[in-house]
Every structure is written in C-alpha cells, then in structure tokens.
Design a protein. Structure first.
Length: 334
C-alpha cells in the first residue's frame, strides 16, 4: 500500500509539473474569421502544437475582439494579447524603417515579398519594435485602387476622398491633391457607402471579404502597393516559457514561416483577383505603358521622402539592401 501511495503521489506531482508547463497563447487579429490569412495562421498554430508535444496551443481572437486594429502593437506589449497581428503602417511614423515596404511600385508579389521583407527587417526590428518580441513579417499580394469610377491618371486623384491602406499611400494621395480618409479596413465599406470615401486602396480578396465589391465597380490592374504586417509577441509570455518551448517559437518566428504565410495568403488573394475580374458589373482595367509610367513617376518622390525621414545613417543604402533582398526573391517591381 505504501508503494502504491508513493507511486500515485509521484504521478500526481509529475502530472502537475507537466500541466504547469502548458501554455495557451491568445492571438489577436483585427481581420474577420473567414479571411484567407487565417488559414496560414491555423497551419502555423498546428505546427507549433505538434512540435511542442502539445504543450503550446494558440487560440485566435479575430475581428477586433480584444481591441481596435490600430492598437495591436500595444496590446502585445501590454499583455492584453500574447501575440498580435500588426499592420506596420496603421500608426504613421511609429515604425519608419518597416514602412519602406509600403513605397508604391516596389514589391511585385506576396511570397517573395514576404521573405524579403522579413529577412531585411528582422535586424531592424530589434530596435524599432524592442517593446515586443518580433516574430515574423510578411506582405500580401500587391493591392490596388478600387473606386466608384475608372481612374487612369494620377491627376484624377485631385479632389477625391480615398481610404488609404497605410500612411505611405495616404501621403501619396495627398501629394496628388486628394483627401485621405482615415478608417481601418473593417470600417472601409461604411465609408464608401456613406460617401465619406470615393475609393480605397485594398488587396483583392480583402475587397471581397469586406464587401467593398458591392459598393465600388472599378479596380485598377497594377502592382500599386503592398502593406507590411508583423506578428509580435509579449516579452513576458515568451520569457516564461521553457527553453524547449522557446526553441519551438523561435523555429516558427522565422523567414521560412514568413514565406509560408505569404504563400497561403497569396492563393486567396489571387482567387479574389479572378473573382473580381469575372464579377458581373465590375470592371478590372489595365493601364497602358504610358499610364503606368505616369503613376510610377508620380510615386518616385516618396522614396526620397522615406530616405529623409527614416532617422538612420545611410538610409539610401538601407533601402537599396531591401531592393536587393526583393530582387533575390524575384519580388522586385521592374
């Protein structure tokens, strides 16, 4: 009986010790549950659970359940969420180096663009996002201008009200004489319906998910811009993990996984692109070579503005290193 009691006690202690190491991570995102990027997030979470022997699980809190889209960096910093999904341009000027990815006509595709952005920005994140553990960065397939009318020339932006994807596109709009409408992605449809906005810059699948295709009829066929995103983690959450669990998280906070996220999301964005092209009453129009050249010329001054405002030595060289990373991944707009 004494042997049985001792064995039982030992098992209870061991079980308690094992359960104490179990970690449930709250992952907050402002995107709706049906968004394509969540498939990538679920794959990522499943891999973490498997590699950690079931000791790390990830629970998704989508659609701003834990806080507003603009607050997601602070939510991870303050522990409101263990991990959060950050649009690096939602708070203008807070992450100036990361915003290099937002310059128009720079990133050609989502997969190579994600890997290039992650590998290039990762060392800079150590200082620019020091309040959190930078997990990974990625981009979507190039987004474009969706509007209530066909817009072929940058001169036509003058006088228009446009919801911009991030601060760089907002700057572009105002430089062209338009008015920037400051609303997050979930608020964009109501802005269009109410007349607060005449057009939006948006990725393709996201335009459908948020119902924008029901209030705009024209989409420009051009790699106008991408948005940069990061998954960031609360330092305390990471520090409380065992060494083995930290190793699992480090494996999943990597450039390799950045490419996986970009690849999965890319499939959904391309499907959204095709859906808009074939939707009755919706026109996806191509620009001529001359029209494209005019847009790129209009966007060119933004690069020098980024260099002047980056706040680091040799910003020109830093941007060129980003372009080199894009070229190496086959993701540079030529």
């Amino acid at each position: 009986m004494k042997l049985l009691a001792r064995t039982t006690a030992f098992l209870l202690i061991a079980t308690a010790g094992a359960s104490a190491q179990n970690v449930e991570l709250r992952f907050s995102t402002w995107l709706p549950p049906k968004h394509g990027v969540h498939e990538a997030l679920q794959n990522w979470a499943a891999s973490i659970k498997e590699k950690s022997g079931g000791t790390i699980s990830v629970t998704l809190y989508p659609a701003e359940q834990l806080g507003r889209a603009n607050d997601h960096y602070d939510m991870a910093r303050d522990g409101i969420a263990d991990l959060s999904f950050l649009n690096v341009g939602y708070q203008a000027g807070r992450f100036p180096l990361a915003e290099a990815v937002h310059l128009p006509f720079t990133v050609a595709n989502g997969v190579g663009g994600s890997k290039a952005f992650d590998s290039w920005y990762r060392p800079h994140a150590e200082t620019e996002m020091s309040d959190v553990k930078f997990c990974l960065g990625f981009v979507h397939e190039p987004g474009t201008l969706h509007a209530k009318k066909e817009i072929r020339s940058p001169a036509e932006i003058s006088g228009m009200k446009i919801r911009s994807a991030h601060a760089t596109m907002a700057n572009f709009v105002t430089t062209l004489g338009g008015t920037n409408v400051r609303v997050s992605a979930p608020e964009s449809r109501s802005a269009l319906e109410s007349g607060v906005a005449d057009a939006v810059t948006f990725p393709w699948e996201s335009a459908k998910i948020f119902g924008l295709d029901n209030v705009v009829s024209y989409s420009m066929e051009a790699p106008l811009y991408v948005a940069g995103f990061a998954w960031v983690m609360n330092h305390g959450t990471y520090d409380a993990m065992t060494d083995e669990q930290k190793a699992v998280m480090d494996e999943h906070c990597s450039t390799q996984w950045s490419g996986e996220i970009g690849s999965t999301w890319s499939v959904h964005e391309k499907a959204g692109h095709e859906a808009l092209k074939t939707k009755a009453g919706h026109t996806v129009y191509e620009l001529t070579a001359e029209e494209t050249a005019a847009w790129r010329e209009a966007a060119a001054p933004l690069r020098q503005q980024w260099i002047n405002g980056a706040g680091i030595d040799d910003a020109q060289g830093v941007f060129e290193s980003f372009e080199a990373a894009l070229e190496a991944e086959g993701a540079k707009v030529e």
